[in-house]
Design a protein around this ligand. Structure first.
Ligand SMILES: C[S@@+](CC[C@H](N)C(=O)[O-])C[C@H]1O[C@@H](n2cnc3c(N)ncnc32)[C@H](O)[C@@H]1O
Length: 178
C-alpha cells in the first residue's frame, strides 16, 4: 500500500497516465467479467500545483507525530480513529498537536480494528463516550452529523457494504488556568 502510494505521489504522473485494476483479485459476487477487470485511471486528482503543504509519513500515528505539539491548525481523519488500540491516546494526541483554536475534522464508522483480537488489548468507545472524552480533553464538538458511506469497494459487485458514518468538527478550546 505504501509503495503504491509513494509511486502515485512522487513520480510526477500526468492526469490519468496509469491505470490499476483494483477489483481484479476478488472473484465472488461478480456480475460481468468486465466489472471485475475494469481499469481505474490514476491520478484522477492532481496534487502538484496545489498550494497545500502536502506530505506523506509512514509509521504509527502515535509515534510519528508525537514531537509536533501545537504545530497544526487542522487535522482531518477519515476512516481512521477506529484503527486505534487505545482511542483515548489518539484523541489526546490530536488535541496536543492542534494549536488553540485549531480544528479536528473526522468522518468514518467505529469499526474497531482490534476488537476481539485475543492478544491485542483494545478499547472500543461509543460515539457518546467519544463526545465526553473530547469535552474532557478540551475539544469542543461544534458540528456533527450521521450519514451513509461506502468505502473503497466495487460498486458493480453484488456485495455492497454501507457504513453509517459519524462526521464532526471539533475545536481545541483554550483552557482556563487558575
Ligand atoms: C480504513 S484506512 C483509511 C485510509 C484513508 N484515510 C482513507 O480514507 O482511505 C485506515 C488507515 O489507517 C492506517 N493506520 C492503521 N493504524 C495506524 C496507526 N497506528 N498509525 C498510522 N496509521 C495507521 C492504515 O494503514 C490505513 O491506511
Amino acid at each position: 500500500m505504501l509503495l503504491t502510494a509513494e509511486m502515485f505521489l512522487t513520480r510526477h504522473l500526468k492526469p490519468n497516465e496509469m491505470h490499476v485494476c483494483p477489483f481484479a483479485l476478488p472473484f465472488s459476487n461478480t456480475v460481468r467479467l468486465e466489472d471485475q477487470f475494469r481499469k481505474v485511471h490514476i491520478p484522477d486528482v492532481m496534487i502538484e500545483g496545489s498550494t497545500a503543504d502536502f506530505s506523506m509519513v509512514a509509521g504509527d500515528f502515535l509515534e510519528v507525530y508525537e514531537d509536533q505539539q501545537e504545530e497544526w491548525n487542522a487535522i482531518v481523519t477519515c476512516y481512521f480513529i477506529d484503527t486505534a488500540k487505545n482511542i483515548v491516546r489518539y484523541i489526546e494526541l490530536i488535541h496536543a498537536l492542534l494549536r488553540t483554536g485549531g480544528v479536528w475534522v473526522n468522518t468514518g464508522p467505529l469499526l474497531y480494528h482490534f476488537e476481539g483480537h485475543a492478544k491485542e488489548p483494545s478499547i472500543e468507545l461509543s460515539v457518546e463516550e467519544i463526545r465526553l472524552l473530547c469535552k474532557r480533553v478540551g475539544l469542543e464538538i461544534e458540528h456533527e452529523q450521521f450519514g451513509e458511506s461506502t468505502y473503497a469497494q466495487n460498486m458493480h459487485s453484488m456485495h455492497q457494504t454501507v457504513y453509517r458514518t459519524w462526521s464532526f468538527r471539533a475545536r481545541k478550546v483554550a483552557v482556563n488556568v487558575q
